[in-house]
Design a protein around this ligand. Structure first.
Ligand code: AMP
Ligand code: ZN
Length: 109
């Protein structure tokens, strides 16, 4: 999608260090971290938002990559959050999961 910053990152038009990538998914640090670890799990293909996510293969891959990244980042047992902003709460209209942590046990919604 033209003028989509995450599509530009996916195409290599904006350089980005990936924590993980494969043909479908990319993972990188959030540029404005809200926790010591704040990463984004992003499908390379443009999916506008959560309500437009109907690709079960990619969705399942995002889940799997998120689980691996939580473990790899050492926050599996230290309190973490997986968040999707939608319905206008999002800044970037290209689906992404936020993973933030460590949050400890007291961090509740
Ligand atoms: P959302 O409000 O869910 O759309 O969140 C978008 C997130 O993308 C924000 O947390 C931004 O800090 C982050 N972000 C925006 N541009 C970049 C970028 N070029 N690289 C990494 N993270 C970004
Ligand atoms: Zn996009």
């Amino acid at each position: 999608m033209k003028n989509c910053i995450f599509c530009k990152i996916a195409k290599g038009e904006i350089p980005k260090k990936f924590g993980y990538q494969d043909k479908d998914i990319m993972v990188f640090d959030d540029i404005n971290p809200l926790a010591p670890i704040h990463i984004l799990i992003v499908p390379k293909k443009h999916i506008k938002d959560f309500n437009n996510m109907d690709d079960s293969r990619i969705w399942n891959k995002m889940r799997g990559v998120a689980q691996v990244m939580v473990a790899k980042k050492g926050i599996k047992n230290k309190g973490y959050r997986v968040v999707i902003n939608g319905g206008g709460a999002q800044i970037i209209d290209h689906l992404h999961l936020h993973i933030t942590g460590p949050l400890g046990k007291s961090a509740k919604m």
